[in-house]
Design a binder for this molecule. Structure first.
Ligand code: GRF
Length: 200
């Protein structure tokens, strides 16, 4: 399967997918990496692997709709079977969902439906939960509200800071992402109500 991965930061989730996809048996090839901003380590990781990259910066467009249309066109050029938002810090819009809805997954560093949005680890720590984690879901028009593909539980330690907690979540998140994306790529999947069913 052809994957396009979208990133906004350090790209350690992307790196995990790069490493897994080296094995032909994984069943997925990263055909391009896109970002909403330049000069991020995530893009360097792709370039190091000779994976084509593209940047669609929000400030390059008159409106969010135009940005969304440009992002959709940039992704479409690579004809992905599956789009992976791995630390991509923008909400995709109507154009994107019209083109890739149902075959775009996003990873979120909290156990949905708890703590949606940009500060999941900080919100979990502030709330005082003892167990948090990460969620892979099929993107819909909401904020981290899509149909859940997989989740991994991560303990919160008494001396955790947001950083130590998020780093611990990311260990589980990379494994969850690699395992789930590989299975979706190899076996195919369908969204059935609030469930994702693998085809094979
Ligand atoms: C991940 O935990 C992702 O869920 C969150 O930000 C982090 C990105 O990490 N949105 P990286 O860029 O993959 O290292």
């Amino acid at each position: 399967a052809r994957l396009v991965v979208l990133v906004s930061g350090s790209g350690t989730n992307l790196q995990a997918l790069i490493d897994a996809s080296r094995d032909a048996a994984y069943g997925a090839e990263i055909v391009a990496v896109g970002a909403d901003r330049d000069h991020i380590l995530g893009l360097d990781r792709a370039t190091r692997e000779q994976i084509p990259t593209f940047v669609v910066p929000l400030n390059g467009f008159e409106s969010r709709e135009e940005w969304d249309e440009a992002l959709t066109a940039a992704v479409s050029a690579y004809e992905p079977d599956l789009v992976v938002l791995a630390g991509f810090m923008k909400l995709v819009g109507e154009s994107f969902l019209a083109a890739f809805g149902g075959r775009t997954v996003n990873t979120h560093p909290a156990l949905s439906p708890s703590f949606p949005g940009m500060t999941g680890p900080a919100d979990a720590l502030a709330y005082g939960v003892k167990i948090t984690g990460c969620t892979l879901f099929v993107v819909d028009a909401g904020v981290d509200t899509g149909v859940i593909v997989a989740q991994t539980a991560v303990a919160v330690e008494d001396d955790d800071t947001v950083e130590t907690l998020h780093e611990r979540i990311k260990v589980g998140e990379r494994q969850m992402l690699v395992d789930s994306v590989g299975r979706m790529a190899r076996d195919g999947f369908q969204v059935d109500g609030r469930r994702v069913r693998f085809v094979r």
